[in-house]
Ligand binder design. Sequence first.
Ligand SMILES: Nc1ncnc2c1ncn2[C@@H]1O[C@H](COP(=O)(O)OP(=O)(O)OP(=O)(O)O)[C@@H](O)[C@H]1O
Length: 530
Amino acid sequence: MTTAGDLMVIRPKRFELPVWAALLGLVLRWSWRAIWWCLRHPVATCTAAVAVTLYVEFDWWGLVVPLVLVAVGSALWRWRAELSWWNWFAGPLLGWFRRTFVYRRVWREAMTLCGLAETYDHRRVLPELLRVRSDQALDVLTVRMVRGQTPEQFQKASANLAYAFGRRHARVYSERPDEPPVRTGPAAWLLWAIDRVRFRDRPTIVYLVLVRTDALRTVVPPFPAQTVPDFTALPMARREDLRTWSLHLLATHVLIGGATRRGKGSVLWSLVRALSGGIASGLVRLWVIDPKGGMEFALGRPMFARFACKSFEAMADLLDEAVEVMRERQTRLAGTVRVHTPTEADPLVVVVIDEMAALTAYLQDVDLRKRIAGSLGLLLSQGAGVGVLVVAALQDPRKEVLPFRDLFPTRIALGLTEASQVDMVLGDGARNRGALADQMPRWAKGVGYVILDGTPEPVRVRFSYVTDDDIRAMAEQYPAPADAADILAQVSRETATEPARVPLPRRPSGPLLPKSLLNLIDPKKGEEQR
Ligand SMILES: Nc1ncnc2c1ncn2[C@@H]1O[C@H](COP(=O)(O)OP(=O)(O)OP(=O)(O)O)[C@@H](O)[C@H]1O
């Protein structure tokens, strides 16, 4: 039975806050927020304070005159030193503007729809947008990941992120995409110390790079030929951030994968141009194999020490000779150096092969194919250290077509036809890290992905376009020396026998037994002594 006590509801006495105290609390809270905002945005706060003071003191003129002065100063600065103008003035300003009015506006929506928002304790937790830095072409967003997330999750969603922010290309870097600058001068030690903090390892941060203006849409003109090529930095292509991508060609072989008509020729010719000064001086010898009957390379014939384009027999001979050069160098350099340094007497030999599959897969003559495969295998596995390098282009990167794919340390992927081919050319996981070489638009001839030294994330570049007229002019200006083909004669002259074993100095070794015991064992000795 229900009693009166059961129906009684007991409520604790509520504390009634006076209205004035609630208002005071709100005012304090908002004031603290405003102060905190000002502390976090000192530049904006100071600018606003100065603007208000000038307006109060001089009316509208107080605002117009400084604005005009800043605009004129900025134009002059840009005219005299555009790079520093972007670094110190326009970049941060544009970055702040885009952070406030572009990215923050859609941040929650973009993160949620790209699958990067997490739920914890019944609350949505989003990656935090810390900073945006812009330059002529890119926006670099510094993002703090949600606890438990990894850069791979962002890399997988990079295409979604690009389209979420209204762009076509985005790339995600787990470390700062730019490199620490080289500091010189009296204040170098201080700047170096600052750089150490700026470039410290921050595992909770990812860098999302969005391509605002695609610098690769326009054709890249050929780079000026260097009189003495720097083999550690041969200028070949333009990067998305408008910097030059240079190839490191010491002790490495280069593989270029790209579907037909995607511009493999422009990669090879960009390389020839970068080496042209060395070709003329005899520092580099180009040995070129063009299985397409000379369609691609015949124009530049005067620059090549060796050229084979018609007979597969001649191509196999050329590769055999390259192996001979390699063997001779191995014997001569063994025990003296680890990596060969090119000199005019002992030049860098670069074997350039256009359409490699014609030699390794499509060749009908099985014996010849095996011979070529044997020489190529030797060159690729042993030639890099002694300065006999292979630079090869091919359309189909499958293992059946190119069994030595993994022996190329440097890889370049131009437009490809299938997603799986991207990892075949650039290595496992490259497509997931943003190398969408299978999604190249039709205009993107000579555009490709490369892996930079030291960073796992691929970089998108456009190779310079060397026209037929440029090639003719180059061949006239930088022909190979008359005796360039003579390297084998040099080899047979110098071929050394196996290096002799240098006798190591021996320590005089004394008997392990005491003399008295030795005498006992050797009775003759004992008798002599007696
Ligand atoms: N870097 C570049 N910039 C602009 N256009 C280019 C570039 N490279 C190539 N092209 C254009 O693309 C066309 C095809 O280039 P190319 O012949 O080099 O391709 P490929 O991949 O070598 O073709 P194939 O597979 O037939 O050998 C060229 O005629 C040229 O017009």
